[in-house]
Design a protein around this ligand. Structure first.
Ligand SMILES: Nc1ncnc2c1ncn2[C@@H]1O[C@H](COP(=O)(O)OP(=O)(O)O)[C@@H](O)[C@H]1O
Ligand SMILES: [Mg+2]
Length: 217
């Protein structure tokens, strides 16, 4: 089996937005095997966002990075956040419960799904509605670790569906440890949106970053 230490792709060989390469750690070292596909998908997503920011035609979409734990999804998502804040006049929203609803186009929110899960789980209906409205209106939403709670109730999936349906046609980056078939078990309508229209659901085969590099193991 291939090991993470076996580095195969130089980031220079990838047609990525320069600003993204500059801020990300990827210009420092070649990508570990398996991560190239994730990286390319993120670069393409960022390139499209850059087009919009430059006033060129671009249709907002989702990118969902699916892969096993430890393969680098959150790492990449955080790089996207850094890039959006630094280069695209994005304004960070404060983590829950202090959402700051705003009409500004460049609000960006990086949120772990746990906070949203908790709000969906124990809040009053009006607080849930407000949370869904707040997340729906963000210019770029980065949702980390979707579906971390596998034994979710029908009520949970109903709220997640409402939220995600409201995000159709908006820049959305998600990470998940769930494979497409597991997402469908959680809610088939959600999976359907993950690959609907221009949305991309990438199932990556990248391996755990911390997997021992020693071939003798
Ligand atoms: N390309 C990379 N360069 C440096 N560190 C990385 C890279 N990819 C992953 N890592 C590290 O590996 C660990 C696991 O990555 P993480 O993004 O949390 O995985 P996942 O979200 O897929 O479970 C983190 O400590 C992260 O910083
Ligand atoms: Mg993660």
């Amino acid at each position: 089996m291939s090991k993470p230490g076996k580095q195969t792709t130089s980031s220079e060989a990838i047609n990525a937005p320069e600003a993204f390469l500059e801020i990300s750690s990827f210009h420092e070292a070649p990508l570990p095997e398996g991560q190239t596909e994730l990286f390319l998908a993120v670069c393409k997503f960022c390139e499209e966002v850059e087009r919009e920011c430059a006033g060129k035609p671009s249709v907002p979409r989702w990118l969902t990075l699916s892969g096993r734990p430890g393969c680098g999804k959150t790492h990449l998502a955080k790089e996207v956040l850094k890039w959006a804040l630094r280069y695209h006049e994005a304004r960070p929203l404060v983590e829950p419960p202090m959402f700051m609803p705003s009409r500004a186009r460049r609000d960006v929110l990086f949120g772990g799904c746990r906070e949203t899960y908790d709000i969906f789980n124990g809040s009053k209906a009006h607080a849930i509605d407000r949370h869904i409205d707040d997340l729906s209106s963000v210019w770029l939403l980065i949702l980390d670790d979707f579906g971390f709670e596998r034994l979710s109730s029908d009520q949970q999936s109903h709220y997640w569906y409402r939220l995600l349906d409201a995000r159709m046609g908006k820049w959305t980056l998600m990470t998940t440890n769930l494979a497409a078939r597991q997402i469908a078990k959680f809610d088939e309508r959600i999976r359907s949106r993950m690959w609907r229209d221009r949305n991309v659901l990438l199932e990556s085969g990248a391996i755990d970053w911390y997997m021992p590099k020693d071939d003798s193991l």
